[in-house]
Design a protein around this ligand. Structure first.
Ligand code: IDP
Ligand code: MG
Length: 138
């Protein structure tokens, strides 16, 4: 089964949108294979967001992602990587399609509610940052 790494970011998690977001994914038929509430530290952020180190938004991104708890998830299902990217919407909520999670819940381009792996290679790299094999069921 294809798997993807989801983060319900501190903005959406803190505002109580987790249940609504999970319902969107479950309504698409995707399975929750792993889930936990955790708080990122700078070290985890640097590993997860390694591709963005040095970019002008990196400092704000890490400050936000480490600021409060979030929910990390592994979702599984057919074509889950691409489908969840579509359900989440564009990185910048101003450009996100109507009805997408980011259009509904994101505050801006940094505080944009959700993360999802962008490719099979990203999912394979990102999932083990947050979950061991024995924490995944599916
Ligand atoms: P993605 O989350 O849609 O895959 P990426 O380009 O991988 O987007 O960027 C990772 C995260 O960094 C974004 O979700 C957003 O929180 C933040 N980010 C990306 N681009 C910008 C920007 O131009 N300004 C501020 N924050 C940004
Ligand atoms: Mg990305």
């Amino acid at each position: 089964m294809e798997k993807t790494l989801i983060l319900i970011k501190p903005d959406a998690f803190g505002k109580g949108h987790t249940g609504d977001i999970l319902k969107r994914y479950e309504d698409e038929g995707f399975k929750i294979i792993a889930a936990k509430v955790m708080q990122m530290d700078e070290k985890i952020a640097a590993i997860h967001y390694a591709e963005h180190i040095g970019k002008n938004f990196y400092g704000d991104l890490v400050e936000f992602m480490t600021s409060a708890p979030l929910m990390a998830l592994v979702l599984g299902g057919e074509n889950v990587i691409q489908r969840v990217r579509e359900i989440n919407g564009a990185t910048n909520p101003a450009k996100a399609d109507e009805g997408t999670i980011r259009k509904l819940y994101a505050e801006g381009v940094t505080k944009n509610a959700v993360h999802a792996s962008d490719s099979p290679a990203s999912a394979a790299r990102e999932i083990p940052i947050f979950f061991s094999e024995i924490e995944q069921f599916g």
